[in-house]
Design a protein around this ligand. Structure first.
Ligand SMILES: Cc1cc2nc3c(=O)[nH]c(=O)nc-3n(C[C@H](O)[C@H](O)[C@H](O)COP(=O)(O)OP(=O)(O)OC[C@H]3O[C@@H](n4cnc5c(N)ncnc54)[C@H](O)[C@@H]3O)c2cc1C
Length: 384
C-alpha cells in the first residue's frame, strides 16, 4: 500500500474518460492511471447506432486514440489490459500476475451483453454491438450482405433497426416482448414507433420466442415458436445488458443490480468508487449518458478533496428512431401509478401518474416530443 500510488480508473468508456476529464479540471497534480481491456480510443457509444445511416467506419467514429487521451489528461492509459482481481486490503489491482497499487480506485467497467444460446455455434453470423470494436466487427461481417435479423426490441434493437434500414439493409426484428421497449413505453407509444419503423420497411415478429437459430448456407435460419421460419444474411443480438460487477463481487464489495455505491459513489470499501453502467447508485442502475456525466462531476469533486453528494434530476432519454421521434422518461421502478395516453395519429402523449395525479414519467412521440421540457419540469428528481 502506498499513498503516492495513483488514482486508478478501470475503464475508458464515457464514464472513465469523463471522470478523468472532470477530475483534471480540479486537480492537475495527482498521479492518474486508466486501465482498459479495449484499445482505449475515446468515442461516443450512442453514435454506434447512428453509424450505418451515415456510412461511418469504426475508425471514423473514434475521436481520439489512447495516446492522445493520455497526453490530454496527464495520465497513464494502459490498454489491452484486463483487470483480473482487486485486492482492497493491499490496495492493488491485479492484471494476471502483475499487481498495480492504487490510492483510490474507480470502477467504470460498464455492462456486458446478454447472449443467446446459439451465439457460439453461429460465430460471426450472430454478433452484438456494445463497443467500438464490436461495431467494426459487425460492419466487417455485413460486407456483401443485404438482410439483418435483429433479436430484441428494446431501445438498442429499435435504434439499430432504424439505422440499418436507413443504411440500406433489409431489417427484421424478432422479440418475445409484446411491444417495443416494454420497459420504457406503454403500448400506445410503442405502437406509434412501430408504425414509423414499419413505414420505413422494418418487419416485426413480436411476442414470439426463438426455438432455434442455425447456419444455412452463408446466412441464418431462425424458427419461431409461432411456426414462422425466417432467413437472413446476418444476425444482431440486442437482448439487453448486465452491469459488470464480477470484479467487485469477487473482492467482497457489495453488489446487487450493479456495484452498489452511496450518493458519494463510494462502494462498501472507502477507497473504491464506481460510476456509469456498472454502478447501482443509491439503488438506481441507469445505463444512460446523462446520469454518468452527472456522476463524473460529483465524483471528481469528492476525489479532489471536496466530498460531494450526488443529485439526479429526472433525465429524459432521446431515443434515436428518426422514423418516429421519441423521448421518454421512464418512471423509477417501484413507483406506483399508471400510464395515461392521448394520441393524434403518430403523435402520442403518454403520462405516468400516481394516485395523487403527480407525474412520474412520460413518453412522447412524433410532434408531441415538443412537450419534453414542459413535462420534465413537472417531474420529481430521481435523487433529490
Ligand atoms: C448502441 C448504443 C446506443 C446508445 N445510445 C444511447 C443514447 O442515445 N443516450 C444515452 O444516454 N445512452 C445511450 N446508450 C448507453 C450509453 O452509451 C452507456 O450508458 C455508456 O456509454 C456507458 O459508459 P461506461 O463508461 O459506463 O461503460 P462502457 O462504455 O461499457 O465502458 C466500459 C469500459 O470498461 C472496460 N473494462 C471492463 N471490464 C474491464 C476489466 N476487467 N479490466 C479492464 N477494463 C475493463 C472496457 O474495456 C471499457 O473501456 C447507448 C448504448 C449503446 C450500446
Amino acid at each position: 500500500m502506498s499513498d503516492n500510488a495513483p488514482l486508478v480508473i478501470i475503464g475508458t468508456g464515457l464514464a472513465g474518460y469523463n471522470l478523468a476529464k472532470e477530475f483534471r479540471k480540479l486537480d492537475a497534480e495527482r498521479p492518474l492511471m486508466l486501465i482498459s481491456a479495449d484499445d482505449g480510443r475515446f468515442y461516443s457509444k450512442p453514435l454506434l447506432s447512428t453509424g450505418f445511416a451515415k456510412g461511418k467506419e469504426a475508425d471514423e467514429l473514434a475521436m481520439q486514440d489512447a495516446e492522445a487521451m493520455a497526453e490530454q489528461l496527464g495520465a497513464q492509459v494502459l490498454t489491452g489490459q484486463q483487470v483480473t482481481a482487486i485486492d482492497t486490503r493491499e490496495r492493488l489491482v491485479r492484471l494476471g500476475d502483475r499487481g498495480l497499487p492504487y490510492s483510490d480506485l474507480v470502477l467504470a467497467t460498464g455492462a456486458q451483453v446478454r447472449t443467446l444460446p446459439w451465439r457460439e455455434a453461429l460465430g460471426e453470423r450472430l454478433l452484438s454491438i456494445n463497443d467500438l470494436a464490436d461495431y467494426g466487427r459487425f460492419r466487417a461481417a455485413l460486407n456483401g450482405r443485404r438482410s439483418v435479423l435483429i433479436v430484441g426490441a428494446g431501445l438498442i434493437g429499435c435504434e439499430f433497426a432504424n439505422d440499418l434500414r436507413l443504411g440500406g439493409f433489409e431489417v427484421t426484428v424478432v422479440a418475445s416482448d409484446p411491444w417495443l421497449m416494454p420497459q420504457l413505453l406503454p403500448e400506445q407509444a410503442a405502437a406509434a414507433v412501430q408504425a414509423g419503423l414499419e413505414e420505413l420497411g422494418v418487419e416485426f415478429h413480436l411476442g414470439c420466442a426463438i426455438e432455434n437459430m442455425a447456419l444455412e448456407g452463408d446466412g441464418l435460419r431462425v424458427r419461431l415458436d409461432s411456426g414462422v421460419e425466417l432467413v437472413a444474411d446476418q444476425g444482431l443480438s440486442a437482448i439487453g445488458l448486465v452491469p459488470r460487477s464480477e470484479l467487485a463481487e469477487a473482492a467482497g464489495l457489495a453488489a446487487g443490480r450493479g456495484v452498489q455505491v452511496d450518493r458519494q459513489l463510494r462502494t462498501s470499501d472507502p477507497h473504491v468508487y464506481a460510476l456509469g453502467d456498472c454502478a447501482e447508485v443509491a439503488g438506481l442502475n441507469l445505463m444512460y449518458v446523462m446520469p454518468l456525466m452527472t456522476s463524473a462531476r460529483a465524483l471528481a469533486k469528492t476525489l479532489s478533496g471536496t466530498p460531494t453528494e450526488l443529485s439526479y434530476p429526472a433525465m429524459p432519454i432521446m431515443v434515436k428512431t428518426p422514423a418516429c421521434p421519441l423521448v421518454v422518461t421512464p418512471p423509477l421502478s417501484g413507483v406506483a401509478g399508471s400510464w395515461q395516453c392521448d394520441a393524434e395519429g403518430r403523435d402520442v402523449r403518454a403520462r405516468f401518474v400516481d394516485a395523487n395525479g403527480q407525474l412520474h414519467g412520460f413518453a412522447l412521440t412524433g410532434a408531441a416530443v415538443a412537450e419534453k421540457l414542459q413535462l420534465t419540469r413537472e417531474l420529481p428528481a430521481w435523487l433529490g
